[in-house]
Design a protein around this ligand. Structure first.
Ligand code: SF4
Length: 379
């Protein structure tokens, strides 16, 4: 099972309650960004290009708990920045677990082994480790030689200590689906509970603007990767979201499904765009012009977006919006499909990278140890 039964039950009953209350828009996962500081500088990341005083700022545990209570989601994802650089992250995680929130703490795992003793294994806590592909691909993607080995060491240490460990993989143009499939094998062999895979978003602040995937290329790539699955692979994304990535169904974006709270407040409208901030969750929901977003709106920034933070909540909502949605999803969970597809197999065998240009590399090597980062934060 890709997620514990108790988690699936909590989410299902939460969404059903929203439906019974006839809430047109409801949040599903809070994206809690307690800091933007990171110990990597990935070419495809749009989160760390802030001035030093912003990178030094962080949310307090109390601010995090207030945001969680305001929006009331059953799940909290903690991206960043690198959450393990936040000195109070263990206190924040413990507070969320005490509130019975299912927490996905996203980490590049450079500090995971070193900081593992500060956390307690729990069904409510999963380390979601960012691994973008096999060794060479991951190191290139995160612009750090040796990053893959450190991350995988962190994964194995966390699995051995009894933690739930999941992974998230972001794909850019030029990704080799055969390599991604080998990467899935390696992650499952390392003992991860389940995996998530998503296309990168075209952040206008990202140093590399040449390798983001358009929709047609995304669908082709994901069809090659996710068809003809191995039985050993477990994914923690909604099965219908995976079908959306593979081009088998379409969903409009529901940007309110995964609202983002950071040191700036509630971000309008989604995790990716920054069209202002609201002081409260209620203000975010009431005052955002939601019709200006999503592919249908014609907003050019939404045209190539297929990311999970905009579209996975749409799949979950579809799931609970009709008997058909319920039946389709129940069938996918009870009889998981391997998506046999001869054309996808051919695609895989004949795959040639679309571009030969390498990802932009960032020369500066940021600090990797917590001591180094603490000295930066204290400047
Ligand atoms: S389509 Fe993507 S960029 Fe546009 S609102 Fe949705 S999540 Fe944000």
């Amino acid at each position: 099972m890709a997620v514990p039964v108790s988690q699936a039950w909590t989410v299902a009953t939460y969404v059903l309650k929203q439906k019974l209350k006839r809430r047109k828009r409801y949040p599903l996962v809070l994206m809690l960004e307690p800091l933007f500081r990171c110990n990597l500088a990935c070419a495809g990341c749009g989160k760390i290009q802030y001035p030093a005083h912003i990178l030094k700022a962080e949310l307090s545990p109390e601010e995090c708990f207030k945001a969680v209570e305001e929006c009331g989601t059953p799940m909290v994802s903690i991206p960043g920045g690198e959450p393990l650089l936040h000195p109070k992250m263990p206190e924040i995680v413990a507070g969320l677990v005490a509130r019975k929130k299912y927490v996905y703490m996203c980490t590049n795992a450079l500090l995971l082994k070193e900081k593992l003793h500060l956390f307690q294994p729990s069904k409510y806590l999963s380390f979601s480790v960012h691994v973008d592909g096999e060794r060479e691909h991951h190191d290139f993607s995160v612009c750090r030689e040796g990053g893959y080995d450190v991350a995988m060491e962190g994964v194995r240490a966390a699995v051995a200590a009894g933690f739930r460990v999941t992974t998230n993989t972001t794909l850019f143009d030029g990704a080799d689906p055969n390599s991604v499939r080998r990467h899935f094998d390696q992650l499952m062999e390392a003992g991860v509970e389940s995996m998530m895979v998503s296309p990168g978003y075209t952040y206008d602040k990202a140093p590399d603007q040449n390798h983001f995937l358009g929709k047609a290329r995304s669908r082709k790539l994901f069809r090659a990767i996710l068809s003809n699955r191995k039985k050993s692979w477990e994914f923690n994304t909604h099965p219908l979201f995976a079908e959306f990535l593979m081009g088998k169904r379409n969903f409009e974006c529901t940007p309110w499904g995964m609202p983002t709270f950071s040191i700036f407040g509630w971000q309008k409208p989604c995790y990716l765009l920054q069209d202002g901030y609201a002081d409260s969750f209620e203000e975010l929901m009431e005052e955002t012009e939601w019709s200006n977003y999503g592919a249908k709106s014609g907003n050019p920034r939404c045209q190539n977006c297929m990311v999970h933070s905009g579209h996975e909540a749409s799949a979950v909502d579809y799931n609970f919006s009709s008997l058909k949605g319920l039946m389709v999803t129940a069938r996918r969970y009870m009889f998981p499909s391997l998506y046999k597809d001869a054309d996808a197999e051919k695609l895989l065998n004949e795959w040639r990278p679309a571009h030969a240009t390498p990802l932009v590399q960032i020369a500066a090597q940021p600090a990797t140890s917590s001591a180094e980062m603490e000295s930066v934060a204290g400047d």
